[in-house]
Write a protein that binds this ligand. Structure first.
Ligand code: COA
Length: 104
């Protein structure tokens, strides 16, 4: 699995650390629980930090695998974020996304 840092949404004035990542699993390894296990570990590791109270991630509304994987990792679906993500391989326009989070 590859984790990539995304610089957007980082706010230096917030008292807590923020780190946004996205995840990709090699296609021939999909559906074996790889992402779910690693994201579960990463979220709980982040929430064990004394200054981190919230983890969140978003996925395209059509990305059933990513949504299911986040639920398996212990995250809950929250808001529908309208026109939130760009997926140039799907559309030239910003797309709706589901926001998931886990807090402590
Ligand atoms: C999303 C992604 C990271 C998931 O990785 P993964 O290792 O296959 O994830 P997991 O195996 O832990 O969990 C996937 C779950 O989604 C389910 N799933 C996959 N495709 C599905 C579909 N079309 N409909 C319903 N459920 C689906 C799987 O069955 C599994 O759930 P289960 O264990 O209850 O059966 C991987 O598909 C990927 O790299 N996709 C391309 C990049 C991407 O979309 N990244 C996310 C951007 S937000």
């Amino acid at each position: 699995m590859q984790l990539q840092r995304a610089p957007a949404f980082q706010r230096g004035d917030w008292p807590a650390l923020r780190h946004l990542s996205c995840w990709y699993v090699r296609k021939d390894c999909w559906g074996q629980g790889v992402a779910g296990e690693l994201v579960h570990w990463a979220i709980n590791h982040a929430l064990s930090h004394p200054m981190i109270y919230r983890t969140e991630a978003a996925c395209d509304v059509m990305n059933v695998a990513s949504a299911r994987m986040m639920e398996k990792a212990g995250m809950s679906q929250g808001a529908l974020l309208r026109r939130y993500l760009f997926h140039p391989n799907v559309s030239d326009e910003p797309r709706d996304a589901f926001l998931y989070s886990k807090v402590r």
